[in-house]
Each structure stands twice: as C-alpha cells, then as structure tokens.
Design a protein around this ligand. Structure first.
Ligand SMILES: NC(=O)c1ccc[n+]([C@@H]2O[C@H](COP(=O)([O-])OP(=O)(O)OC[C@H]3O[C@@H](n4cnc5c(N)ncnc54)[C@H](OP(=O)(O)O)[C@@H]3O)[C@@H](O)[C@H]2O)c1
Length: 265
C-alpha cells in the first residue's frame, strides 16, 4: 500500500497542551496537516499553536474539556470551519491515578472514566460521523500498554485504557466499509506531565520515577500510522509480546505480581 500523503489533511487532537498530544500536533503540522489543538489550558495551547504557525504550519487552539460532549462537538465544528474539512482525530486526553481498587475514591474512579473513556467517545463520535459520510478519514485513540493487562494499583486506569482499546478495534471493523481507518496507540512509560499531574492530584511523590521514552517517539509512530494505517501501534514490541503471554497465563502472572508487590515493586 502506498504511503498516504498527509499534506492539507486536517486533524483534531485532544490533550494537545502537553506531552504526547503536543508532540503529535507539532509532528502533524510538520507533515503538512492543519492541526486543531484542544485541551483545557488555553494558554499552553496558544503557545504551541504560535510555534507551529511561526514555522509556517496551520494550527488553531480550541479550549475543550473532553468530559463535555458540547465542547468536543465544538472542536470538530471549529476544525471544519477553519480548515474546510476534517480528515483525522486523535483522542489522546487522559490522566491516571495510582490506587488499589478498594482505596480508589468514588469520585476519582468516575472522573477517570469520564475523561479517558467517555471523553474518547465524545471526541471521536462527531468526527467519525463526518468521516463516514465523506468516506475517508482516520480515527486514532491513545490508550496504553496497560490496556492488555490490569496492573495492580492501576486497575481503574487499566480498565479505562482497555475499554478504549475495545471500542477502537470494534469501530475499525464497523467503519472499514466506509474507508475510515481506526488505530489504537499503546505507549509505554513516556516523559510527559502525566506522572507530575498524578503526583499533584494525589499529593504524593512517585517512588518509582523512571525516565521513559520521549513523547516525540510516540508522535513519530502516529505519523507512520497515518501514512500507513494499521489497527494498533505498540511502542515496545517485547512488552506487547510479554503482556499477551501474561494474559494467557493468569495463575503464573498473578504469582509473579504478588511476589513483586511483596518486594514493594
Ligand atoms: N506518559 C505515559 O507514560 C503514558 C503511557 C501510556 C499512555 N499514556 C496516555 O497518553 C495520553 C496523553 O498523556 P501524556 O502522557 O501526554 O500526559 P500529559 O502530558 O499529562 O497530557 C495529558 C493531556 O490531557 C489533557 N487533559 C486531561 N484531562 C482533560 C480533559 N478533561 N479535557 C481535555 N483535556 C484533558 C491535558 O490538558 P489540560 O490539562 O490542559 O486539559 C494534557 O494536555 C493519555 O491518554 C495517557 O493515558 C501515557
């Protein structure tokens, strides 16, 4: 299959005020795509938008809380109004908190699902309706490697990521006859504001602060998926294979995880 030329194909990206979303916005603009950047922090969006337009790209900033369907609808409307159409959407906004299930505050549990899962639905639905009608487009969803295996301490976060993965795969099949591609993106630990936000929200410091990959690495893989569509992008192939094997061996996996927790890992 020939590479898709992305020049002039507009994309809307949520969670574009930092991390993976911001890096992807810059990479998409460099590939010639007009970009609508969305998040709640308008100032941060505007400074990235300015950097893109200063470099000759096309970009707009749209304040958007993905938990509000009307904000997401406005994001898609503004993309079409400013750029004439929408080719792609990247539902990337999200956050995590670390709690054992029994210690997870009810409000946190619901907020995480509202943002990561329902926020994804709110974002992709209005965009995919247009793509289906125009019979071309590409929906991308940022999930996680944790979508493949519930991780102790992250069960609710993993559940939101797994739910995103499921809708992404099903939607890909549902939209295939309309020539609309769907890709789920599964990063491993990435150097973004994700862990800082988690620490701020929980008022604790993360004892296992490890560096992780740069967000530009995820952005480069998103560009490749846009050029050569595929159902899933995994950032770390050995981790993917390990997780697939672990999912087939629940007893052994639990034994290993229980042992790691006993050692405080
Ligand atoms: N970092 C990792 O190790 C890692 C690994 C696997 C998967 N991921 C996934 O990657 C995605 C991006 O995260 P990141 O690592 O780039 O972290 P990040 O730097 O903290 O970015 C998160 C983005 O989500 C936005 N956001 C959060 N709640 C929102 C809401 N209600 N409405 C609109 N925007 C909202 C934030 O913007 P505002 O605060 O301005 O709204 C921010 O732009 C997330 O879905 C995350 O689950 C991250």
């Amino acid at each position: 299959m020939a590479k898709i030329d992305l020049t002039g194909k507009p994309i809307a990206i949520t969670g574009a005020s930092s991390g993976i979303g911001a890096a992807t916005a810059v990479a998409c603009a460099r590939a010639g795509m007009p970009v609508a950047l969305a998040a709640r922090r308008l100032e941060a969006l505007e400074s990235i938008t300015k950097a893109i337009t200063d470099a000759g790209g096309k970009a707009i900033a749209v304040r958007c809380d993905v938990t509000k369907p009307e904000d997401c609808q406005r994001l898609i409307d503004e993309t079409v109004t400013n750029f004439g159409s929408i080719y792609s959407v990247f539902a990337n906004a999200g956050f995590g908190e670390k709690h054992d299930l029994l210690d997870t505050p009810e409000a946190t549990l619901r907020e995480m699902f509202e943002t990561n899962f329902f926020g994804t639905i709110n974002t992709i639905k209005p965009a995919a309706q247009i793509m289906k009608q125009q019979r071309t487009g590409h929906v991308l969803i940022c999930t996680s490697c944790l979508s493949a295996l519930p991780s102790p301490g992250y069960s609710i976060y993993s559940a939101t990521k797994s739910a995103q993965h499921h809708i992404g795969r099903a939607l890909g099949v549902e939209l295939a006859p309309s020539n609309v591609h769907v890709t789920t993106v599964h990063p491993v630990r990435t150097r973004t504001e994700f862990f800082e936000t988690m620490q701020e929200r929980q008022g604790v410091t993360n004892p296992k602060d490890r560096p992780g990959q740069p967000p530009e690495k995820v952005a480069a893989r998103v560009i490749r998926a846009l050029q050569k569509p595929k159902p899933e992008v995994w950032m770390h192939e050995p981790a993917r294979r390990g997780l697939l094997i672990a999912a087939q061996l629940p007893r052994l996996t639990n034994k290993v995880l229980i042992g790691r927790r006993a050692k405080g890992r």
